[in-house]
Write a protein of this length. Structure first.
Length: 199
């Protein structure tokens, strides 16, 4: 059975950057993301870019959007488990998308039930960063991570992410290790490797 390692946190905390830095140390690991459905070109999928997905998400209701994202994330995890890799690194996982959707008004009972359908990671690394620094790490802002704002930007991003961070406080995540995302890249990577190797 593959070890499940989750790298999660709010938007702008450096999840993807950390995962990229871990790749040389875990070359046999399979990385799963919510975008795998798009990357693998599933037959009949109407989306051809992340921008198209962002536009689609902004037209959904909170509950239907949560169901769509759970579907995409579950597909990624299923594909990863079928790969028979020794370890699976999951980018964000349902934690991040649930926090976002709860901030947008999704039903808490629905979110709780959906969460129970996902396998529990063996180790979850939660990246934490002060809100004031989160926007500085973003090269561009999507409407989704700005609370569906018509004109996404740093102001809209920070206002919405403050609501998302409040939702993270409701989570009780088993096997979690909190990491200070302000650490230098090399130091953060070394700390993450240490936590993973102690499984």
């Amino acid at each position: 059975m593959a070890k499940l390692i989750c790298i999660t946190g709010a938007d702008g905390t450096g999840k993807s950057t950390l995962i990229q830095s871990l790749a040389p140390y875990f070359p046999q690991a399979y990385t799963a993301t919510v975008w795998d459905l798009l990357k693998n070109g599933a037959e009949g999928l109407p989306f051809r870019s992340k921008q198209q997905v962002d536009s689609y998400l902004c037209n959904l209701t909170p509950d239907s959007r949560l169901l769509f994202l759970a579907h995409a994330m579950k597909y990624a995890v299923d594909q990863a488990q079928e790969s028979h890799a020794e370890a699976i690194i999951i980018d964000s996982y349902f934690y991040k998308y649930t926090a976002t959707e709860l901030a947008l008004g999704a039903d808490r009972l629905l979110a709780r039930h959906l969460g129970k359908t996902f396998p529990l990671p063996d180790r979850t690394l939660l990246l934490e960063l002060p809100l004031s620094l989160m926007a500085e790490r973003k090269a561009r802002f999507s409407r989704y991570e700005c609370g569906l704002a018509a004109a996404p930007g740093p102001t809209e991003f920070l206002a919405f992410q403050a609501k998302v961070l409040a939702e993270w406080q409701h989570f009780s995540i088993p096997n979690v290790q909190r990491l200070d995302a302000r650490l230098p890249k090399e130091e953060l990577s070394a700390l993450a490797i240490q936590k993973i190797n102690h499984l």
